[in-house]
Design a protein around this ligand. Structure first.
Ligand SMILES: C[S@@+](CC[C@H](N)C(=O)[O-])C[C@H]1O[C@@H](n2cnc3c(N)ncnc32)[C@H](O)[C@@H]1O
Length: 282
C-alpha cells in the first residue's frame, strides 16, 4: 500500500489551481444542455476537514485556499469556484472548514442529465466515496487502478465530458502508466477534454512526461503553470501545472486573465514562473 493521503495537502496552492481550472471547464461545457460525463481517475476522499489533524499538521491550505477565501473582490471566475467551496460548508457557509476535492466539485456542478465516475485505489477513501456518492444513480464509484480502469469508461455514452487525471506520482512507473492510459483513452475518445495534473518538484520525470505527451500525437494541449517560488533543488512542491487536452473555447484567455491576481494573492515571488501556453497547438 502506498502512503499518499490527500488530506495532508487538501486546499494547497496546487489544489486551488487545479480546482478552479476544473470548475471553469465544467462551466464552459455547461453552456450546451447536452449531457456530459465527468471521470476522475484518482478521486481521493471527496472532501476534507481542514480542522482534521492531517490538514492541521502541515497546514498547506493556509498558503492556498485560505488566502483566496480571505481575498477581497475576487474575479468572477474565482468567485464561482469559491461559491462551490462555500456550498461544501452548508452549516456555516461563512466559515472555511470543509474543502471540496474534485468529486465534491464535480458533484456540485452535476446537472440532472450528467453523470460522474470516480476511481480510487485506497480502500478507505474509496469506501468514503462509495458511501457518499454511490447512492446517486448518476454516480459510479470504482475501487482500483485509475490508469487501467479509464479505458473501460471511454468513450462515455454522452460522448461529451472531462477526464481528470490527478496522480500523486508516488511510483516512478506512474509517468509511463499515465502516458499509456492517456493515449489509450484518446484513441477511443479523441474529443474528450483531458486534464492532467503534474507537480513542480526537483525531479526530472515531470519534464520527460511533458516531452513525451507533446510527442505522442495528441493535438490541442494547453499548459497552465503556477509556481510560488523560483525552481528549487530541495524537497518540496514549489508549483504545479495542468495539461488540458481539447480545452473549451477561450479557456486559455480566461485562465491567463486570472493568473496575475492569483499569483498576487498567493504571494508568489517575482521569479516564480507562471503562464498559459500551448504545449501542442491545433
Ligand atoms: C492527488 S490525490 C487526488 C485528489 C483529487 N483528485 C482531488 O482533486 O480532490 C491522488 C489520489 O489517487 C489515489 N491513487 C493513487 N494511485 C492510484 C491509482 N493507480 N489509481 C487510482 N487512484 C490512485 C490516492 O490514494 C489519492 O487519493
Amino acid at each position: 500500500m502506498l502512503s499518499y493521503r490527500h488530506g495532508f495537502h487538501a486546499g494547497n496552492h496546487a489544489d486551488v489551481l487545479k480546482h478552479l481550472v476544473f470548475v471553469q471547464i465544467l462551466q464552459s461545457l455547461h453552456k450546451k444542455p447536452a449531457a456530459l460525463c465527468c471521470i476522475d481517475t484518482h478521486a481521493g476522499a471527496g472532501s476534507y476537514d481542514l480542522r482534521a489533524k492531517e490538514a492541521e499538521k502541515v497546514g498547506e491550505f493556509r498558503a492556498g485556499i485560505e488566502k483566496v477565501w480571505q481575498a477581497p473582490a475576487p474575479p468572477a471566475l474565482i468567485q464561482t469556484y469559491l461559491d462551490a467551496v462555500c456550498a461544501n460548508n452548508p452549516s456555516r457557509p461563512d466559515e472555511l472548514r470543509y474543502y471540496p476535492g474534485s468529486p465534491a466539485l464535480a458533484h456540485h456542478f452535476l446537472r440532472p442529465q450528467d453523470r460522474m465516475v470516480l476511481i480510487e485505489r485506497h480502500p478507505s477513501d474509496h469506501a468514503r466515496l462509495d458511501r457518499i456518492y454511490a447512492p446517486n444513480a448518476a454516480c459510479r464509484v470504482e475501487l482500483g487502478d485509475g490508469y487501467t480502469l479509464l479505458k473501460a469508461f471511454v468513450p462515455p455514452r454522452e460522448k461529451r465530458g472531462v477526464v481528470l487525471i490527478d496522480p500523486a506520482y508516488e511510483l516512478k512507473t506512474e509517468y509511463q502508466d499515465l502516458l499509456d492510459s492517456l493515449t489509450a483513452a484518446y484513441q477511443r475518445w479523441a474529443t474528450g477534454v483531458y486534464v492532467i495534473w503534474y507537480p513542480h518538484v526537483a525531479r526530472a520525470q515531470t519534464g520527460r512526461l511533458l516531452k513525451r505527451i507533446a510527442a505522442s500525437g495528441l493535438r490541442r494541449i494547453l499548459k497552465v503553470e503556477l509556481a510560488l517560488t523560483a525552481p528549487r533543488a530541495e524537497f518540496g512542491l514549489w508549483g504545479s501545472g495542468l495539461l488540458i487536452v481539447n480545452p473549451p473555447y477561450e479557456l486559455d484567455v480566461q485562465i491567463a486573465a486570472i493568473l496575475p491576481w492569483l499569483r498576487h494573492i498567493l504571494g508568489a515571488t517575482s521569479e516564480a514562473p507562471a503562464g498559459v501556453n500551448w504545449l501542442v497547438p491545433e
